[in-house]
Design a binder for this molecule. Sequence first.
Ligand SMILES: Nc1ncnc2c1ncn2[C@@H]1O[C@H](COP(=O)(O)OP(=O)(O)OP(=O)(O)O)[C@@H](O)[C@H]1O
Length: 597
Amino acid sequence: MNKTYPPPSAAIDPDPSRSWLWRAWPLVRAHRWMFSAALVMSGASMLVVVQVPRLIQDAVDNSIVSDRVPLSHYMWWLVGMSVIMLVVGYLSKQLLFRAAARIEYDLRNIVYEHLTAMSFPFYDRMQSGQLISRANSDIRAVQMYLAFAPYLLVQSGISLVSFAYMLAIDVPLAILAMLPMPLMFVASRRMQRSLFPVSWLIQARLADVATVVDENVNGVRVVKSFAAERSQLASLQKAATSVAWANVKDADLRARWTPLVQNLPRVGMAIVLLYGGYLVIHGELGVGAILAFNAYLLMLQVPFQVIGNLIMLGQRSSAAAKRLYEVLDEKPEIADAPDAREITGPRGDVRFDDVTFGYGDGLDVLKGFSLQLRPGETVALVGRTGTGKSTAARLLPRFYDVRAGSVSVDGHDVRDLTLRSLRDTVGVVLDEPFLFSASVRDNIAYGRPDADFTDIERVARLAGAHEFITELSEGYDTVIGERGYTLSGGQRQRIAIARTLLLNPPVLVLDDATSAIDVQVEQEIHAGLRSLFAGRTTLIVAHRLSTISLADRVVLLDGGRIVADGTHKELLASTPLYAEVLAQADETIEELGSVGR
Ligand SMILES: Nc1ncnc2c1ncn2[C@@H]1O[C@H](COP(=O)(O)OP(=O)(O)OP(=O)(O)O)[C@@H](O)[C@H]1O
């Protein structure tokens, strides 16, 4: 049913000590036949193009100045050449753009595959805006250079051939006509040098504009609720003004340099006219040769501009490639061990043994944290805000690795299991579930795209989502707006619970996963939730009494470790902190309620 797409045709060379081009070369090599064909064709069309001035020369000398050959003879040649250039040009462009598109496909897949393999610590460190820019503009810059640099170089070959033809017509005239060329080279290099920093500036400022627009669109709810449209608009105007300034600077530099670079060949033409005219007058050269020379001089101009652009493109691509490699060279911190094993027939015996954990280089959040969940047991993890309840829950599916101690499922350290089998075993529902812009049905079936509709409906009922889904305009086929914003927080959470349940995981982690479902609805779906928990080991990170009441056992976390363990009643009687935490949670909920009133 699901179409499968080809994997990337090659990988980036993993050796970071090599140059960026060398590392990217396998991508070009993978499409070498297409590239070679495109380059051969473009070389061939170039060879035809340089014949045209020769032909015009002969036509003028043999048919116009004298009447030795009928003019139609040259006309037919010219028509024939045009047809060849048309066909060959079409084929070479087709092949080149195809190869470029494949390189882009490969690069996007390589980067995306890598990003998918990266673990939570990486995403904690990186800014999503930066990642998105790397995945877009940097890929583009690298692809442009890889695909088009060889083509531009072949095109530049036109200058060598033109010069050879000029030499064949008249050696001293060819050398004289070339006199302004070094000047032109210097001028175009200076032009590129002064334009380069400005073009960087434009890129950077465009990225600033993109960031403002991105924040505005993604944070539209916050912007509007603070009525901050004006200040957002002001920051956009500021960023846009900076872009405009850089663009004006760019136009100014171009206006200064372009006429100079473009008009320098006219000096060559003047020389051709003067010395060539002298030769013609003295009968040493045909009139046609002057025409041909002028045409060749114009062709000679091309590479000077192209090579300048190529250098500029090269600098930009090299910076872009380095940024991409920075991401690609990062190894996923959490990956399968070489001898990782599958977990078979999991019973759901979960154990945290003397765990110490903290994020990055930060302080320990958990210290000496030990907890056992027997198969089929439902345990509520309670504690003050910021004590590390969610952190403990994240260690079970191995979103992060412990600093010391161990987390195990059925006696296997989670680090010894394959991530695939561990995450099939441990289902997680987070408090702010992310839903995709797809139908409700597809969102629920996210982990099992081939699931039957009856199964989808069954888990939706269990999660208390079926009723509101059927009330949506197109029921299960209703497409959810971006990130699920068209649904309420509680509705999103119920869809997320259904999504995890469809996988029927033997171990379930609910991290505050019912926090947005109002207490009454939660009570209504308690029966469903209880039947969910039956037969699976469940860890619930909870704040509310109503959620805690679903658990067989409650554990209280404080100072990085479990400080009390028992039933709700036992803890209430024995541990003042427990009552305090519950009272705080109630107060918070009440306060939130009064703010809303
Ligand atoms: N990704 C992260 N990177 C760095 N520090 C983090 C990260 N996530 C949480 N922390 C820190 O770890 C500590 C524990 O956070 P955690 O979310 O586990 O607390 P919690 O008990 O679940 O809190 P709450 O009840 O408010 O949800 C906090 O000090 C928090 O700032």
